[in-house]
Ligand binder design. Structure first.
Ligand code: NAD
Ligand code: WQD
Length: 339
């Protein structure tokens, strides 16, 4: 029988790509999303790519009645939990909103799962839980020290899930700590669609390339890195989506909770990313060196070997593919899903 997966936040950037990967792997997908940072159009596009209908609930995970309805209508094999707010800067300004949406939202979700005896959850965590690492690459066993309310909300959720899985005999969880997801589905049908001015590097580069922004600010060129600019472990969103399929495949064999870094294990600087974009896509990106951005770390990248050994997952798409697919999506959808 086809296994049904509930995807919270499934209309969002990573959620929509994961819906494609799940459907292609033979799962049935149900999405709950309040569309606070996404558009229903993304799911229509997922349907177009896969040829499969997606059952969608417009609902809020902090609303117990919304969740009850979803769980009463279906029996889920597992939940993949993306729903939440993700801006580091906003979380500093509105910490209570972040704890409410992310932490309380997850509590409501776990309660609804408990009531319906659904006991498997894959959770979207973030490399931001590590804070500044003492050495590189980062292993899952490194100490955690998140530097923002957003990062702390992710760590609190991890701990709540851990406690829950210790207490409930049937429960198990896989916690994926993503590094820097970028790129888009190669069809150009789905991709990242930030509201307003992008905070993140790749969508900003794409908007400079398309003429929507005049230049890219490079936040600091005096870090102790190869070329002075910040270094990150960029990972193609389709590789990331595939990690979720591997996690769902594995979750039944997990005793309580397992944590995995999801990155490529390779660091690229801001200048590397710009250069790859320019060379691959044949477009010049105008830049301006600006002061460092508050809270930024000089460099970090993952050791993803545990995910390879235990999940049988490995990223296969390189930087060239990331910048190519990001630009393809941008060109096809200059205003994101709005059109
Ligand atoms: P996104 O904003 O595109 O997707 C999140 C989705 O959740 C959106 O569709 C939004 O409408 C929905 N949502 C938010 N609050 C909700 C609520 N209360 N009820 C129902 N739906 C709600 O973000 P994304 O980049 O796809 O990220 C997905 C998850 O991965 C998030 O939890 C994020 O924190 C985590 N993550 C993202 C990154 C990244 O760089 N994109 C890195 C690490 C972790
Ligand atoms: C990458 C590099 C910037 C924009 C964030 C969150 C993190 C995670 C992923 C959710 C840095 C530089 C950026 C620009 C620049 N999200 N930059 N000009 O900060 O590594 O991670 O997204 O969990 O929690 O903090 O990603 O894309 O913003 O920055 O020079 O206009 O690009 O300084 O070195 P970051 P980013």
């Amino acid at each position: 029988m086809t296994k049904k997966i509930l995807v919270t936040g499934g209309a969002g950037y990573i959620g929509s790509h994961t819906c494609v990967a799940l459907i292609e792997a033979g799962f049935e997908v149900v999405v709950v999303d309040n569309l606070v940072n996404s558009s229903i159009e993304s799911l229509r596009r997922v349907e177009k790519i896969t040829g499969q209908f997606i059952r969608f609930y417009r609902g809020d995970i902090t609303n117990k009645a919304d969740l009850k309805r979803v769980f009463e209508d279906h029996n889920f094999y597992a939940v993949i939990h993306f729903a939440g707010l993700k801006s580091v800067a906003d979380s500093v300004e509105f910490p209570l909103r972040y704890y409410q949406q992310n932490v309380f939202g997850t509590l409501c979700l776990l309660e609804a799962m408990q009531q319906q005896a659904c006991s498997k959850i894959v959770f979207s965590s973030s490399a931001t839980v590590y804070g500044e690492p003492a050495s590189l690459p980062i292993l899952e066993t490194f100490p955690t020290n998140p530097q923002s309310p957003y990062g702390r909300s992710k760590l609190f959720i991890e701990q709540i899930i851990d406690d829950y899985c210790q207490a409930e005999k049937q429960a198990s969880s896989i916690i994926l700590r993503y590094f820097n997801p970028v790129g888009a589905h190669p069809s150009g049908e789905i991709g990242e669609d930030p509201l307003g001015i992008p905070n993140n590097l790749m969508p900003y580069i794409c908007q400079v390339a398309s003429g929507q922004r005049e230049f890219l600010s490079i936040y600091g060129d005096d870090y102790a890195t190869t070329d002075g600019t910040g270094v990150r472990d960029y990972i193609h969103v389709v590789d990331l989506a595939e990690a979720h399929v591997k996690a769902v495949d594995k979750i039944n064999q997990v005793d309580q909770v397992q944590w995995f870094n999801i990155g490529r294990g390779q660091g690229y600087s801001v200048k590397d990313l710009i250069q790859a974009f320019e060379q691959t896509n044949g477009i010049r990106i105008k830049t301006s060196i600006q002061p460092r951005r508050d809270g930024d770390i000089a460099e970090y990248w993952a050791d993803p070997s545990l995910a390879r050994q235990e999940l049988g997952w490995k990223a296969t798409r390189d930087l060239k593919q990331m910048v190519k697919d990001a630009w393809h999506w941008q060109q096809k959808n200059p205003k994101g899903y709005e059109e």
